[in-house]
Design a protein around this ligand. Sequence first.
Ligand code: KDG
Ligand code: MG
Length: 406
Amino acid sequence: MRITDVRTIVTCPSRNYVLVKIVTSEDGLYGVGDATLNGRELSVATAVEEHLKPLLLGRDPDQIEDVWQMIFRGTYWRGGPVLMTALAGIDLALWDIKGKRAGLPLYSLLGGKTREGALCYTHASGKDMSEVEDNVRKAIAKGFRVVRAQIAVPGCIGTYGVGGAREASNAKWSDGGPLPPEEIWEPSPYLRIIPRLFEHLRTQIGDETELFHDVHERLSPIQAARLAKELEPYHILFLEDPLRPEHKESFRLIRQHSTTPIGMGELFHSKYECLPLITEQLIDYIRCDIGHIGGITEARKIAAIAEPYQVLTAWHGPGDIAPMTHAANVHLDISIPNFGVQEMVFFPDVVHEVMPGCPAYHDGALWVTDAPGLGTDVDENAAAKYPYQRGYLPVVRRTDGSVYDW
Ligand code: KDG
Ligand code: MG
């Protein structure tokens, strides 16, 4: 069996996705992976099409580890978001092929089920406390047992997880396409409102629902330690991504001040970045994006490294990665011993039309079927109806105009 074609499919059913379809010499046997990197989609598509495809043609698709090593180590200039997302797309497609060839779902190849369904969380946000509370209640009514809560920061323009920047920045355009919307953000009002939000939610909703919050890498070490400490009484499941990914040593400071559990990882690109946080037990949840760390091959190693350190997984699962990565998340979740929780989104119908087979939600959990491989696919004719549209994530500035981290 040989790889006979590698097709890069860029499509925009409501937002951009980059898919990698690997075709083999066996009749009708192919795999499809996701190589979407929000806001930099065409860099990844070019990496796959121009640089990696020639290395793959003629190779044995069964040798996933060897292909992975060859792409990661063989380039010399290794790693980073673009190349690791490209590698993830290829890796997922190869695991999909292996599963289809064996006639087995991916979770079976990974060791078989350790649980039925993957406990998952949804997002509840709002412009004020009562709107967030309403949205948490709606999530609970849908069966969610874990909910992420975000609130607009008073005096700021646009808030991560709540929105408002696009409308406020008046959608600037250049060369026929949009430019990044701009948010205005300040740490002081943010640090004041978040503990108040969780006090409100615990008072109104009670203790049973697991609640947590995404900082989105915006705080300094001492600010993060303060927030973690002030959130202690509300027993959140974890505080997500409190610090920038470059500052791993600063997680020690949070630990010294607080027992609030910590989750980190969506901006990591390899197991090496996870190592100090796991081996020093500075975090409780490792939450890499399988689509940005080189795929299933790297994610299962990270999960295995985390297991003896009692760190659980919470793989990133936003709307800007395709259903193939969501499926990979769930296959791993239900086959590893140290699964924690899974982020999920409800995709619009048009995404299901282009990419059928996304894990299904019911009863607070995500479920994959016994279809061979990942269980997902791409309808190339449907994908062609939705051409690429340039899009950017927002840029954040402080009130003095200086650039900050989004
Ligand atoms: O493209 C950026 C998003 O994937 C990210 O902002 C989502 O932080 C995120 C999350 O936790 O879902
Ligand atoms: Mg996040």
